[in-house]
Design a protein around this ligand. Structure first.
Ligand code: S3P
Length: 439
């Protein structure tokens, strides 16, 4: 039976310190790169969510050995050549990152591999990765959506590729294929999260990155025959933090310290945008780990929030956090504008549409197109209505946005598909309970 959550009371004030679970992007990349090393890779604090479990199941099906010891996961991979006995079906579940990146990993498989996924993933566009990956010499069926079938090529050839969407998934799929190719692949990539680049650098894979002040980076990756094992302590996920940051900002007399969070500049747009809107957020104890920037994040209840004309340069850096950023806009003085966000409708659900629906049901005026949203903020907004949130393709972030809205604006909410949180943040409710045992 589908579980749901009922909330009919705002959260009481809290002053707490929390840890959130490991970063999803880093966890999935660690699993896939571990498959490509013949030696033992070790991860601490690997996110144990459904997306990452799907990744572990895929690499096991491809021959990797996976073991767990408490908070530690070990993978002994298969090396760069993945030879399988028979054709195979791999299930990427709900994960776009896994479904797309694994196609890069499979560029040189000897047998046909079919990628399938759940209902939401099966609606998403895979041609954005199969198109560049074809140029390496692999063969794909021509469908845009899952199931996608790939037959690899024995000797992938390097390519020149322009990535125009600011999609780290497309960039990373190509980088993984490049790793297995003869020669040097050149990628002109619109700026997006750079975890794959940083992991490649740490593994001493020949990669050069020319960053420009303009929109694009130039990345060169040279194929290699072997990669070393990857030992990694995965920091907390800023995308998971964002829900608690916004909860704290919108709650009365509250403070929260979030420990050991990845604040990679390509991910920290949410903090920059919220600060521009007047939120009280501090990054403390900043340090570096394997090229990633890490910090503790301190956040306080914030009044006098102001609307924003959100600079589009932050779009890719905050792409997974906009749903909760829109809640801050709803509580701000003035009219906020968010533009060039067509990619938001390409996620687990059409998120711009969902943001608009939820804001409408809260009584927040908004004007939404297929790539923008204008939100008419109201600092005195109190919601008193009955609100039911359902049929949102089980999008974990739509569920969590709704919970934060219910706990901070009031109203009587019934939010369906509670199990959606297992995709990215299984401990979401446990942490909420730590802040307020009554939820
Ligand atoms: C991700 C990249 C982003 C993001 C997704 C995770 C990644 O997607 O929305 O949640 O780990 O590379 P796009 O690459 O489609 O922008």
């Amino acid at each position: 039976m589908k579980r749901f959550l009922k909330i009919d009371k705002k959260i009481d004030s809290f002053k707490k310190t929390i840890n959130v679970e490991g970063d999803k992007s880093l966890s999935i990349r660690w699993v896939l790169l571990s498959l490509l090393s013949e030696k033992k890779s070790v991860a601490h604090n690997l996110l144990m969510s459904e997306d990452v479990i799907s990744a572990l199941n895929c690499v096991k099906a491809l021959g990797a050995k996976v073991k767990f010891y408490k908070n530690k996961c070990e993978i002994i991979g298969k090396g760069m050549n993945i030879n399988i006995q028979n054709k195979l079906t791999l299930n990427a579940g709900n994960s776009g990152t896994l479904g797309r990146l694994i196609l890069g990993v499979l560029i040189n498989t000897n047998k046909k591999v079919k990628i399938i996924g759940d209902k939401s993933l099966s609606k998403r566009d895979f041609s954005r990765v199969t198109r560049p990956l074809k140029k390496f010499g692999a063969k794909f069926n021509t469908k845009k959506n899952l199931p996608v079938e790939i037959v690899g090529t024995k000797s992938p050839r390097s390519i020149y590729y322009t990535e125009n969407r600011g999609s780290a998934q497309c960039k990373s799929a190509v980088m993984l294929a490049a790793l297995k190719s003869e020669g040097t692949t050149i990628i002109k990539a619109k700026k997006s999260r750079d975890h794959t680049e940083l992991m490649f650098k740490f593994l001493k894979i020949p990669i050069s990155i020319k960053k420009s002040n303009y929109k694009y980076d130039f990345i060169k990756v040279k194929g290699v025959k072997k990669i070393g094992p990857l030992k990694y302590k995965i920091p907390g996920d800023i995308s998971s933090c964002a829900f608690f940051i916004v909860l704290t900002i919108l709650s009365k007399n509250s403070e929260l310290l979030l420990k050991n969070i990845n604040i990679n500049p390509s991910r920290v747009g949410v903090v920059k945008i919220l600060k521009l809107m007047g939120a009280k957020i501090k990054l403390l104890n900043i340090r570096f780990y394997r090229g990633e920037k890490i910090a503790d994040i301190f956040v306080k209840s914030s009044r006098n929030l102001t609307a924003i004309n959100c600079p589009t340069k932050y779009n890719s850096n905050a792409i997974d956090e906009f749903l909760v950023i829109f809640l801050i806009a709803a509580k701000s003085k003035g009219i906020s504008n968010f533009k060039n966000l067509a990619e938001l409708n390409q996620k687990e659900s059409p998120r711009l549409k969902w943001a608009s629906k939820i804001l409408n049901s809260m009584g927040v005026k908004n004007v939404t197109t297929n790539n923008s949203i204008k939100i008419y903020g109201n600092p005195n907004l109190v919601v008193k209505k009955n609100i039911i949130i359902q049929n949102f393709s089980k999008d974990h972030r739509v569920f969590m946005m709704s919970v934060i809205a219910a706990l901070t604006f009031g109203g009587k909410w019934k939010i369906n598909d509670l199990d959606s949180i297992n995709t990215s943040f299984p401990k979401f409710l446990n942490i909420l309970n730590k802040l307020s045992p009554k939820i």
